[in-house]
Design a protein around this ligand. Structure first.
Ligand code: NAD
Length: 271
């Protein structure tokens, strides 16, 4: 099996990267940054997002796993103390694979009619540095509302615990193939009206955002932001591609949600 390791770049992560690389190579696994079967991210969720985007072109043949060297990570769920155990598990292969849905974003019309396509593991956000964004929101080909406000966040189920959650969106189990639209400070008064609630769209229900007022947009895909002008439309839907997580032990989604956001039962009792 071929593997690659993406490190956050700090001393601790680099040390773990070097140890894993050495031991896994000793177990006759091949270090191959070009075509890895398994990508190990060492750092935090940000490092995991970076690893995902580094290998987004070969999702069909690549699985991901994360070791976190900072505070508890949502994607990076192995701790440094468990690295030896993880190395043995990886060396034993084959491993189980769990697949989660992704978000597809297509930005059309900018730079003389160009079209950009992205996949997001967490979410896309659309904001502007020039006041409010104003766009028509179409869902499944029909006009739904005209949105005015700070922006919109469109997230995947596994990203629903990230920015989406901070915006009051619901947490969606990644076995559901859906995307979620959450508003950022929409303007709602007697003149302007939006739904005001997060919307959950199933697979094949495309959401199309069509700017009414020509603004420059700041469009974020997971951890990177790009500025766009002359955007004609932004199309969002569940992607046909999926992300594959290598699983060496069960770690149910709701356990991860509880461990990340709800105090541990024993911690509570000790307070
Ligand atoms: P960062 O360093 O600012 O990390 C933001 C936090 O989000 C970290 O604590 C990280 O562990 C957590 N996180 C990332 N993905 C998560 C997930 N799926 N579930 C739960 N928590 C998650 O930024 P970064 O490391 O570059 O990560 C980019 C991500 O930050 C974006 O995808 C976005 O979801 C998140 N973000 C959150 C807010 C917010 O909550 N208000 C604002 C901006 C960005």
């Amino acid at each position: 099996m071929k593997f690659a390791i993406v490190s956050k770049g700090d001393d601790r992560s680099n040390k773990i990267q070097a140890t894993m690389k050495q031991y896994l190579t000793d177990f006759d696994l091949d270090y191959d940054e070009k075509n890895p079967d398994l990508v190990i991210s060492v750092g935090g969720d940000g490092t995991f997002l970076e690893a995902f985007h580094n290998y987004v072109h070969c999702l069909e043949s690549t699985s991901f796993i994360g070791v976190h060297t900072g505070h508890l990570g949502f994607y990076a769920d192995w701790v440094p103390d468990e690295v030896e155990k993880l190395i043995i598990e990886i060396a034993k292969t084959p491993f189980q694979v769990v697949e989660y849905p992704l978000l597809e974003v297509i930005i059309r019309g900018h730079s003389g009619g160009r079209e950009d396509r992205f996949l997001a593991l967490n979410e896309a956000t659309i904001k502007t540095p020039e006041g409010s964004v104003v766009f028509d929101v179409d869902i499944k080909g029909a006009h739904f509302e005209t949105f005015r406000g700070d922006g919109l966040c469109i997230s995947t189920p596994s990203g629903s615990t990230a920015y989406n959650k901070a915006l009051g969106g619901g947490i969606i189990h990644p076995s559901l193939e859906a995307i979620q639209l959450t508003e950022m400070a929409s303007i709602n008064n007697r003149v302007f009206r939006t739904i005001g609630s997060p919307l959950i769209l199933p697979k094949h229900h495309t959401c199309l955002l069509k700017p009414i007022v020509d603004r420059s947009f700041l469009i974020t895909i997971d951890h990177f932001t790009q500025s766009y002008t002359n955007v004609k439309s932004i199309q969002c839907r569940v992607a046909k591609e999926r992300v594959r997580f290598a699983r060496f032990r069960p770690f149910p989604f709701w356990d991860r949600v509880r461990d990340s956001f709800v105090a541990d039962d024993d911690d509570d009792k000790n307070k």
